[in-house]
Design a protein around this ligand. Structure first.
Ligand code: GLA
Length: 420
């Protein structure tokens, strides 16, 4: 390139960069919500399309009766199947069979109890349950939702006419921004177009996989896909490995605790999915563990990541605003002992105090590591305080693939002493 042409290209490039920057600045997500992951309840996992206004009201009452609202479960969210028809002007209305009082009345009911209220729509012509979707009606629907005083929109991806995700999800973002109401915007495109790479400026959370089922294998399948993307979660924009199945299906108590702990530590939205009106006793106890909830709601907003993974166990670790957290997960079919090594798994050295967040008990002060027997499909969640970081002390990292699980594992080596 000649001097002359570089003189010409530089200003053009700078101007172009500024224009793009300004456009992004103007049209970025602008709602200020979701500084910590949202917590609440959603109708889908338990009820699918079998919903009506009485169920939603009774669930609002139950959230309060069991004190769930007081510990953070504020969002009462209706999923698919509330929709009726569009009118001649194109405005959407609730089904007059199942929601005869309309959505505004339900939102008012939730708000009168101090809850927040969420709704569902789809970035397609029809929702997944083939009700009217919002594609082509984004402005009207966003205005309608804001006039109903909605606080949360889950936006699904069925029947989308092949239009790229980013385009469709941005259109709804801009429509929501234009209403001036602060609505948590939950992008549900099932991880189709690597949303972790673009969705932080579009929505407040993004689904990372297809739908969760109430089975242990479904939970592990979803878990397996999270470690590459954990760094993209942060205040205002969260990875969403889908809503909780705690209390549904045949999950054992240990499986429910593992599911709940991992989702909390991944900084997933914590949306309960069981029938809160008749809660299974143990389930209520699990989702009311405020020490696990505190990991999810930690203001630092950093997700755990995988520190070691074998066919039989996983160790996930991460930083908190006031320490560290470590999760020891037994994926095997019988109890096993799992050893947490402070240097390898946490890059920590020195004296470390350990607290067990399920036993609610201080376990003492340790220097090198800490071992525990973990039941089949169970988990130990530890909060660690003290110690100092040794992240600068390694000479090289060896990365290898755990082909059984599809994980990429980092191992730290000191030139003189070998693996640390
Ligand atoms: C999709 C979503 C689910 C649920 C259903 C509703 O499958 O991923 O979470 O919202 O649609 O039809």
């Amino acid at each position: 390139m000649s001097m002359g042409s570089s003189k010409f290209f530089l200003p053009v490039f700078v101007t172009l960069f500024c224009v793009i920057y300004v456009i992004n600045g103007i049209y970025g997500l602008n709602n200020g919500v979701g500084r910590t992951p949202p917590m609440g309840w959603n109708s889908w996992n338990r009820f699918h399309c079998r919903i009506d206004e009485n169920l939603i009201k009774q669930t609002a009452d139950a959230l309060i009766k069991y004190g769930l609202d007081k510990i953070g479960y504020k969002y009462l969210n209706i999923d698919d199947c509330w929709e009726g028809e569009r009118d001649e002007q194109g405005y959407i209305h609730a089904s007059n069979i199942t929601f005869p009082s309309g959505i505004k009345a339900l939102a008012d009911y939730a708000h009168s109890k101090g809850l927040l209220f969420g709704i569902y729509s789809d970035a397609g012509y029809l929702t997944c349950a083939r009700r009217p979707g919002s594609l082509g009606y984004e402005d009207k629907d966003a205005m309608t939702f804001a006039s109903w005083e909605i606080d949360y929109l889950k936006y699904d991806n069925c029947n989308n006419g092949g239009i790229p995700e980013q385009q469709r999800y941005k259109t709804m973002r801009d429509a929501l921004n234009a209403t001036g109401r602060h609505i948590f915007y939950s992008i549900c495109e099932w991880g189709r177009s690597a949303p972790h790479l673009w969705a932080a400026s579009v929505g407040n959370s993004w689904r990372t996989t297809g739908d969760i089922g109430p089975t242990w294998s479904s939970i592990l399948n979803i878990l397996r896909r999270q470690h590459q993307i954990t760094k993209y979660a942060g205040p205002g924009g969260w990875n969403d490995p889908d809503m909780l199945q705690v209390g549904n299906g045949d999950l054992t108590i240990d499986e429910q605790k593992s599911h709940f702990s991992l989702w909390a530590a991944l900084k997933s939205p914590l949306l309960l999915g069981f029938d809160i009106r008749n809660p299974p006793h143990n389930t209520l106890e699990i989702v009311k563990n405020t020490e696990i909830i505190a990991i999810n709601q930690d203001p630092l907003g950093k997700s755990v990541n995988i520190a070691q993974s074998t066919k039989y166990f996983d160790i996930w670790t991460g930083e908190l605003s006031d320490g560290h957290v470590a999760l020891l997960l037994n994926k095997a079919e019988s109890p096993i002992t799992i050893k947490l090594n402070f240097a390898t798994h946490l890059r920590l050295q020195g004296k470390i105090s350990i607290r067990d967040l399920w036993e609610h008990e201080e376990k003492g002060v340790y220097v090198n590591g800490y071992s525990r027997e973990v039941p089949k499909h169970g988990i130990i969640v530890l909060k660690l305080t003290g110690g100092t970081k040794i992240s600068e002390n390694y000479d090289f990292i060896v990365q290898y693939h755990d082909y059984d699980n599809g994980y990429l594992i980092d191992e730290f080596y000191d030139g003189a002493f070998g693996r640390i």
